[in-house]
Structures are given as structure tokens and as C-alpha cells.
Write a protein that binds this ligand. Sequence first.
Ligand SMILES: *[C@@H]1O[C@H](CO)[C@@H](O)[C@H](O)[C@H]1NC(C)=O
Ligand SMILES: *[C@@H]1O[C@H](CO)[C@@H](O)[C@H](O)[C@H]1NC(C)=O
Ligand SMILES: *[C@@H]1O[C@H](CO)[C@@H](O)[C@H](O)[C@H]1NC(C)=O
Ligand SMILES: [Ca+2]
Ligand SMILES: [Ca+2]
Length: 844
Amino acid sequence: MDPLESGMRYNPKRQDAWESSVQFLPASNSKDLEKKGPGRKVILAILVVIFIIIALAIGLLAWHFSRHNVPKVRRVYSGSMRITNQEFMDYYENPESVQFKGLAMDVLQQLSNTYSKTPVYKYYKNSTVQAFSEGGAQSVVVYYLSEFDVPADKKEDLDNAVASMSKIVNQGQSRRKMNNLHFENVVSGAVDTRMTRSTIQDRQRFSYHCQDGQVITVQSPGFPNSPYPANSYTEWLLRADPNHRLKMEFDTFNLENHCGNDFIRVYDSLVAIEKQLMAEKCGVYHPTEPLSFISSGNVMLLTLVTNGEKNFPGFRAQVSQIPMEISGCGGTLSGAKGIFATPNFPSYYPPLIKCNWNIQVPEGKYVKVQFKKFLMSEAGQSYTTCLKDFVQINTTRLCGERSPSTVVSVKSNKMAVLFESDMSYVDRGFSAEFEAFEPTDPCPGTFKCQNDMCINSALRCDGWNDCGDNSDERNCVCESTQIQCKNSLCKPKFWQCDGVNDCGDNTDEENCGVCQSAEDFTCKNGNCVSANKKCDGQDDCGDNSDEMGCSRVAVVPCTELSYKCKNNQCISKQNPECDGVKDCEDGSDETNCECGTRPYKSSRIVGGQAALEGEWPWQVSLHIKGSGHVCGASIINNRWLVTAAHCVQDDGGTKYSQPQVWEAYLGLHVQGKMAETTVKRNLKQVIPHPFYNDYTYDNDIALMELDSPVTLGQNIWPICLPAETHDFPVGGNVWITGWGATREGGSGATILQKAEVRIINQTVCDQLMNAQITSRMICAGVLSGGVDACQGDSGGPLSASGSQGRMFLAGVVSWGDGCARRNKPGIYSRVTKFRSWIKEKTGV
Ligand SMILES: *[C@@H]1O[C@H](CO)[C@@H](O)[C@H](O)[C@H]1NC(C)=O
Ligand SMILES: *[C@@H]1O[C@H](CO)[C@@H](O)[C@H](O)[C@H]1NC(C)=O
Ligand SMILES: *[C@@H]1O[C@H](CO)[C@@H](O)[C@H](O)[C@H]1NC(C)=O
Ligand SMILES: [Ca+2]
Ligand SMILES: [Ca+2]
């Protein structure tokens, strides 16, 4: 039925209803009114009119007021467009030339005309031409900035109007005059507001044109002698010859870790256009982690924006021009096996690139491709449709970040692999291996995953998804050390009741002593209280756990769980130490916080098990003079180390308990290779815990004092000691590091190794370890790594990340293998239990 028609028919009925009610009400009053005569009526009418006038006036005033009170904001837009009826000349590169100024004036005139055809013209202030560049085929590209002053509530209208500039320009041109410039390929949008901050005082611009064989160095102002300036905006306009690309390679990169404050941006343009932003970077890049960018054409823009605080050393990069034809982009690959990668891998691929690889393996075989690294993430990408940057094999599209077990195969001896990037955001891309396989026996001697990957047969049914598609974990008969999940998977028992759903169907998290009713809160001590008692300011659990971690930080009665400030007040916040917020009245939770930070975050590309140099600056290698590395330790200040007591027990001929047999290497990365920053120290004293039990490994902790203090710095830095009440939650991820030495067996690796492990539920661990776990121990199981990845050293750290990435010493590698073995938990001394003992002996 026609909705309009039905509406029309309904309308009179509604009006009827209205009229009857309007008539009915006055009718009941009218008798009263009539008795008091018509004079009353007139007065009432006048009053109503006056009221209406006042109301209108107030409304008008309010409206007027609000119009004038909507604050205006400065908004800057950037754009680029191709002028197709102009030819590029060298003098257009020089903003001081008469020709530059002349063409710029024409562009600005026409731009202003274009804006004048839009309703947002009233907010328009001015524009400038930033640069011109070669547009190919007798044309010039112009880069410009436009400024508007717009009421804050009209900002979006303006953004939309500017975003659709290309339409307006095109409409304008259909009626263009002969001598007008003809614009094409208009790209425009708002400039990131951080780049137009009003606090910016220091503006600098550099322009370079690379010649063949020339390398231009660009660096942050003051580099390397002083930190970059505060509140600054610096831009580098970079050009290459026509038919060339620019390549920018950073050799040093050290900015503040928070991109909201200091950051660089790389654009595939000469003006800061968001749609052509290649990347934004901040923080620190390790020298071994390549950081380089390639443009799609012969221009590139680098910007550095800084805020008022925390100025870092900055960056240095080399810029050169490379041919447009880029190596490694597609081609024919033949043979039984081979590798290929995106251009510039492991650094960033260029925008707007398309590479086709045609793989052909011997007749009669099939092809599979395994992506060893796959990093193709970007803002605005849908990881199901992959419409931005992607890899395509036949009809399968891949994008985003993928595990190294991504395998694609075809039932043919030919395969076509396509890689495409769009105009914005680039990533590191992929490296892949192709391999021919026998259709009848794809994985000789190994296990064949459903996705055609081949894995070591020992990895089948061990609870880890090694295939990537879980096919090695299907149809398994679970062992006694495993949980039988309802979905038929087997998982190691030590993942039971740790709050992480390992089975996928939650079997491993059922019957974990959680309170029966969903409305109940489970206290740390196992009691159940009604959930609405949580954070009500009352200790309902008996151990205060219902009042911990509430958004409001309160002073609470001291219990085992609550943090005690120096003034002996206890507060309800969990782990308040060194989290950057002053929670204690006396501020004591934020004192002695020169610890636990590190210059390098773990990198996505390095991954694996080898640590980066400087990634674990508290790691110590303890050597027995003359026989090398035996144990690990952790730096807790410039004089004191923490290690395991079992490392310092005399053993026949060797007097491990004596300080003079030891030497400590701080800032060491590779065994046997002293770096510039490595420091060797003898020991003054060794203090094993007095209650260390050689039989049960209870209280397995010891302290070592260096014979002289060390200078702390980037590569030698203490880890934070947790407060006695610090909570390292079950199921949380932590790290072990070392060269793989147990005191019984020699060292395994020469380069410092790392492994991610997860804290195991204490009750579960005790059951698995035949009741040998005391409250002074903490268990963790390996999360990543091979079958027998040996990463921990006896005495080495179990490092846990607190808020803001600051690391706390959760444990000391004790027994059950520091080596991260997949099927065995590692046992660590629980450092929180020894906090006061450490304080007493060392003052730390
Ligand atoms: C607009 O004019 C102001 C002052 O004259 C100037 O500082 C600003 O840079 C101009 N903005 C643009 C986008 O050209
Ligand atoms: C692509 O798919 C077709 C069928 O759609 C198949 O015949 C062919 O072998 C596949 N080729 C490649 C290279 O993936
Ligand atoms: C550990 O597991 C037990 C059951 O085995 C459970 O009662 C307890 O709540 C778990 N602890 C934690 C912290 O999850
Ligand atoms: Ca992209
Ligand atoms: Ca497995």
C-alpha cells in the first residue's frame, strides 16, 4: 500500500482526537470562567501573549548567544592535483623563482574560485602552494595547503566538502575559460591536527633533489650532538629525477615512545595528505631492525613533529634515488624449491605496487607456498575481504598479520601469486618459500597437516597447534598429563584453571572452584560473596580481595593483598608501584622507579627466540673463572644481583659459595664476545637464602654483591622488584631469558635467548609436580618455541610486564628445567616472598 495514501487517511482521525480533547478540557473550565466575566479572559489572554513574547526573546537570545559561543577552530587541509595544461620546468622546484610565484598565484586564484562555489566558503581563510613536481606527460602536480576557521560544530560539514573537492573541481571545469588551468587527480583531506598544533613554535623546511649516485643524509635537528627541539615541526621535501623512486633508509631511530607526542611521518607526496600517508613511527628501532621506505613516484615527504617534553636523540636517514623498475617484484620462479619476498623485505614495500610471480615446478608435482613472515596490516583494512594491500593466489586473498604456518597449495604444477598495495599505509610484507611435492606423498617422514604443511611427527597431539589449522591436534588420544577437551582436543594439564580458554570450548576452565552462582564473586581466598559487594568499601571476603582493583583508590585495612605505603597506610589498588600514578598519600609508591624499562620493545620481524641486544638489560651471565657461563642472574641496582641459591652451593672440588670463584658479565649479549657496553665484575660477597633446602629447592634464591658499582645505562639496567603484595596473575604471560645453562649441564646458546611463558595455577602445578610446590615457588609453562627450546638459565630472571611495559622480577629460574620444555612446567622462586629479605640484606 502506498504509505503516503495510508498516512493521509489516518491523519483526519488523529486530528479528530486532538480536537475533541482540546474542546473537552476548556468546556469543563468554561463554566468557572464565564461566572467571573469577560474581563478575566482578556487579562489571561494578555498574560499569555506577554509570556509568549518573553519566551521568544529568551529563545532568540539563547540562540544568538550560542551561535556566538561555538568556538571557531583552525582547520588545515592539504591537497594535490595534476595540472594537465602546463609543462614542468626546473624552475618550478624553486619557490623563490618568478615562475613558481606566477603559477602559484594562478593556482590559488582558481582554488579560491572553486571554494567560493561551496557553502563552506564563508569559513575559508587562505591557501599556500607547498610545491610543484613533475606530473609526467607534460603536466605538473601542485601540492597546497588551505586554511579555514570553522565553528567547531560545522567541522564535519567542512571535512566532507573538502573531501569531495574533486567533484567540485570537475564541475567547475566543464564551464572553464580557455586560459584556465586544467586540474585532474584531485586528492584532498584534513591534515592531522597534531601537525597544526598551536604550540608549535619552531618550523623548519628542507628541500632536496637527489641526483644519480648521490646519497643525501637527512637527520633530526641537532642530531647527533643534542636531542631534537621541543614544540617543533620539521619537514623534508624530497625529489628524484623523473622515472625514479626515492628510498629512505634510517640507520638511527630514537624518538619518544608515545606517538601522540613526538613522531615522524612518511608521505608518498610533497604535502601531508592522509590518503598518501605511508607510515607513522615513534619509539626506538634497534639497529638490526631495518627501517626503510620506498616511494611510488619521484617525490616523498618526511615530517617530524615534537611536543614540549621529553626530547630524544632523534634519527638519521640516507635518501637516494632508485630506478622505477623495482627488483624482486614478481617474475618467473622455477625448480623444485625456492624463495621470494615483497620488494624491500624485511623493510617496507612501496605503495601502489603490483607484483606477479609465476611459479612452475617439475611436471607431475604440485606446488605449495609457505609464508614464513606475513605482515600486511593497515588502518581501514578489512581482514576478511582484503580490499587494501593483499596477496592473492587464485581466488584466495590474504592480508593482515599471519602466523608463519600459513600455507597455500594448488593441485597443479603452476601457481600464480599476486601482491598489490594501495596508495596509503605500507607494511613489511612477506617472505615465502615455494616447494614442489609429490601428490601421493606430500610429507615424506613427517606429519602432513591439512593445509599441506609438513611438521615434525613429535609435534602431533602435544597440545600445541603447530600446523596453524589445528590438524595436528585432531583425533588424538590424550595422555595422562593432558586434559581431554570436550571438543576432542588434548591440552597440557598445566593450562587448567588459569583463566585462559585453551580448549576453545572452555573445558579446561570448568570446575575451577568458581562460585556456583554467576552472581557471585570469587574471593582470592576462595570465599564467595555476592557480586554487588565488590567495591562497596567493605571487606566482605575477609582478605579484602573484593575491594582490590576498584576504580576508586581507597585507604583500606592492611591485609596480605593490599599494598602498604611508606606511611603504613594500605591502599586498594592492585600493583600500584611505579605505574606512573601517585596512589599513596606520601607518594611512596612512585619512588625508586629507576628500573624495569628498556630501550627496545620486542620486534615483530625478529620474533623467534634470539633476543635483541639491549632487550633484557638486567640479564647477567655468571661465569666460574676458567670454566665459563654457569648461571644467570638479574641486576637489581648498581651493586646487587639476584640469582638462585642452588647456583652457589659447593659441589665437590668447586667452591661455588665463595665470591672469588665467580665473575659476573653485565650487558652481555653473545657469550665470548665482549661488546663495548659489556662490563665484567668480580664479587664481594655471596648471600644464599638461609633457609635454602638443597633437597626440595625451597627458598632457592641468593644475592651477590659486586666488588664495585657499575654505571647504569641503556644496556645495563635494573629490573623492578615487586612489592610483597604484587600480584602476578595466573594465566599471565611472562618471559624467561638466558643462554640455556643449568648448573648440571653446560650452556646451550651463544646468543641470549628468550621465550614467552605463562603462569600456571599454583594448585594445578602442585598436583602435577607431586605436591612438591611450596608457596615460595611459582610455576610457568612455555607458550612458544620448539620442542626443546632451552632458554632459561638457572638463577636467571622471570620477567613480567607491569603497566606501561615496565618489567618486574616475578621469579628466579629454579628447577624443573629452566629450559622451556613443552610438556614440563618450569619452577621459579617467587620473588614477592623474599622481598623483605632482599631489602634487609641489600637495602634495595
Ligand atoms: C594563512 O595566513 C596565515 C597568516 O597570514 C599564515 O600564518 C598561514 O600559514 C596561512 N595558511 C595557509 C594554509 O597558507
Ligand atoms: C586455479 O583454479 C583453477 C580452477 O578454478 C584450477 O584449475 C587451477 O589449477 C588453479 N591454478 C592456480 C595457479 O592456482
Ligand atoms: C586454581 O585451580 C583451582 C582448582 O584446581 C581453583 O580452585 C582456583 O581458583 C584456581 N586459582 C586461580 C587463581 O585461578
Ligand atoms: Ca596500503
Ligand atoms: Ca602440536
